[in-house]
Design a protein around this ligand. Structure first.
Ligand code: DAT
Length: 171
């Protein structure tokens, strides 16, 4: 059976991991957290001192994922999307969270003030949405509000419905 590949993207803290893991457990699709994958394989290419994060070796990450993506049925979670081959994904969901809600969530991660403000600004300027729209066909890019538990529930319903439709249309 053919299964779709799904990209969940958005600023850190918007809820990609929460949605991705729940989707995987409800649909049986595989969940890949690119941050974790990079950490496990040490797929890094330096460290950004200003915002305190390791810089991804994007080519090695893409190589590592290639075979899995060819098989299909993968949910990928990452706060970036312009370095994945465009043809990998059948749909892209960009999660979005209001600034004040995001600020509180990131405070709990004990980010430095500089890093915290940088991430909230990313969200205000919709950097990830712009990146997704520039990297994929706009018609496959959808945004999902992700502030409160009710929205998590409706996002789950919406994505599961999308997956079911895709499977029906492609098998
Ligand atoms: P990300 O993977 O995008 O960094 P996450 O899944 O770790 O984000 O979520 C960050 C925090 O926000 C975590 O404590 C769970 C919470 N959260 C996620 N989605 C939510 C929602 N729709 N409503 C309320 N809280 C949510």
């Amino acid at each position: 059976m053919r299964l779709p590949n799904i990209l969940l993207t958005g600023t850190p803290g918007v809820g990609k991991t929460t949605l991705g893991k729940e989707l995987a457990s409800r649909t049986g699709l595989k969940y890949v957290n690119v941050g974790d994958l990079a950490q496990e394989g040490q797929l890094y290419d330096g460290f950004d001192e200003e915002y305190e994060y390791p810089i991804l070796d994007e080519a090695r990450v893409a190589d590592e994922l290639e075979n899995k993506m060819k098989e299909g049925g993968v949910i990928v979670d990452y706060h970036g999307c312009d370095f994945f081959p465009e043809q990998w994904f059948h749909v892209v969901f960009v999660l979005q969270t209001d600034n004040s809600v995001l600020y509180t969530r990131l405070e709990k991660r004990h980010y430095s003030v500089k890093k915290l403000q940088h991430n909230v600004q990313c969200e205000i300027f919709q950097i990830l949405y712009e990146e997704a729209m520039a990297s994929y066909k706009p018609e496959i890019v959808h945004w999902l509000p992700s502030n409160v538990p009710e929205e998590l529930k409706s996002n789950l319903d919406q994505v599961i419905k999308w997956i079911e439709e895709w499977i029906k249309d492609n098998n």
